[in-house]
Design a protein around this ligand. Structure first.
Ligand SMILES: Nc1ncnc2c1ncn2[C@@H]1O[C@H](COP(=O)(O)OP(=O)(O)OP(=O)(O)O)[C@@H](O)[C@H]1O
Ligand SMILES: [Mg+2]
Length: 364
């Protein structure tokens, strides 16, 4: 018996000369020949006629041949036809959209043959198809859900605006609400498009060597109004310069989301720290806040699309920011980690490869 390793994975039984089958055949042939000889001796002793001595052995061997044919047929049926039939039925169910199909393999894990491996691969394929289908359905229902609220707001306020006899103040208020809902909608769509491009790797990365400290300063300043409004204590600890090799506009999305999250999920008067340090091969940026923090379950899901752990701020976003951030950082060969405790705050740490020395001297 030979055991072949398929792509270095599962060892598969590949018998050129199956000893079991050989054992069965030789046993049967010995037994039948023995009976044949016994019959001949019996005929001789009993002195039966010549016709009987010819016809009985012929009939006997015909019965033996029928037995062997039936055995071989049963063997082919149970080894190939039944699994194939099962596979055909399962394939039909999958084609009709049933992804709960599972075919058990016919042998134990250490005695798998090629058919078992094909069945196991089929099960794996169906499971994958099922999860893609679920993701697709979840994605469509999430997008529809996120779109419904701003569209309802736009519709309601537009109806109110049409009613006439409303004073100038109210009119302005309604128009502002419509504008906010429209910009939320446009944000949602542009984030979905960005994520789609990033996931399909259709986006051409615009990689360059640039100073990430300057970019972080710009991002922090963008949110000045917000942290001022919440009277937050902002601590910034950046080097003068730190060069990285990355896509500037994509990384801007990452910093903006981490900083806006820190502000959004921290109460009035909290503290936000943004630190950056350089090691020989990488640059590390961390955004820490003293906000609401997260439990283990939320931490597990924050990088999922549309996940929003803290529902009290659900209106202020769509839960796509961190999914986008993670994908961007993956594309830049970096890493993002989070440490958080419910009620105590969170720290997001991004590590990115530093630009090489030669590249830093001659930024292109
Ligand atoms: N600094 C933080 N403190 C506490 N929870 C956070 C923090 N950052 C993210 N989260 C949790 O992770 C979830 C996902 O964050 P993400 O940035 O992806 O979405 P969002 O900010 O709700 O919406 P969007 O970024 O699309 O505007 C948030 O809804 C929140 O529950
Ligand atoms: Mg966010």
């Amino acid at each position: 018996m030979r055991k072949q390793s398929r792509n270095g994975e599962q060892a598969v039984r590949d018998d050129r000369f199956p000893p079991m089958l050989f054992g069965v055949y030789i046993g049967v042939l010995f037994l039948m020949s023995g009976i044949h000889m016994g019959l001949l001796v019996l005929f001789d002793k009993m002195q039966y006629g010549e016709m009987v001595q010819i016809i009985v052995p012929i009939l006997y061997w015909a019965v033996v041949a029928i037995g062997l044919t039936l055995y071989t047929r049963w063997k082919i049926r149970s080894t190939y036809e039944e699994p194939m039939h099962q596979l055909a039925e399962a394939t039909e169910r999958v084609a009709n959209g049933d992804f709960s199909v599972y075919i058990p393999p016919h042998h134990r894990a250490d005695k798998l043959d090629y058919l078992d491996v094909m069945i196991l691969d089929f099960n794996k394929m169906v499971e994958e198809l099922g999860s893609i289908e679920t993701l697709k359905t979840d994605f469509v229902s999430n997008v529809s859900h996120e779109m419904k609220t701003p569209i309802a707001i736009i519709k309601n306020y537009a109806e109110l605006l049409q009613m006439g006899n409303i004073d100038e103040e109210k009119r302005l208020e309604y128009a502002q609400s419509i504008e906010q809902a429209a910009s939320r909608l446009s944000n949602l769509i542009s984030n979905i498009l960005k994520l789609n491009k990033l996931e399909n790797q259709r986006m051409d990365l615009d990689m360059e060597v640039y100073d990430v400290c300057a970019q972080l300063c710009d991002s922090i300043l963008q949110y000045e109004e917000l942290w001022d409004e919440k009277e937050m204590d902002l601590e910034v600890d950046l080097e003068d310069r730190a060069y990285i090799y990355g896509d500037r506009s994509l990384l801007e999305l990452v910093w903006n989301n981490l900083i806006s999250n820190a502000i959004k999920f921290t109460d009035q008067g909290g503290r936000i720290s943004i630190c950056q340090e350089s090691e020989e091969d990488y640059v590390r940026i961390s955004v820490r806040d003293t906000g609401c923090g997260m439990d283990a379950e939320s931490i597990h899901h924050i990088f999922d699309k549309f996940y929003q752990g803290d529902t009290s701020h659900a209106k202020e976003g769509n839960g796509l920011g961190l999914a986008l951030a993670k994908r961007v950082i993956e594309l830049m060969d970096g890493d993002i980690q989070v440490i958080s405790r419910k009620g105590e705050g969170s720290t997001f740490t991004v590590t990115l490869p530093a630009a090489g020395k030669e590249e830093t001297n001659e930024p292109h």
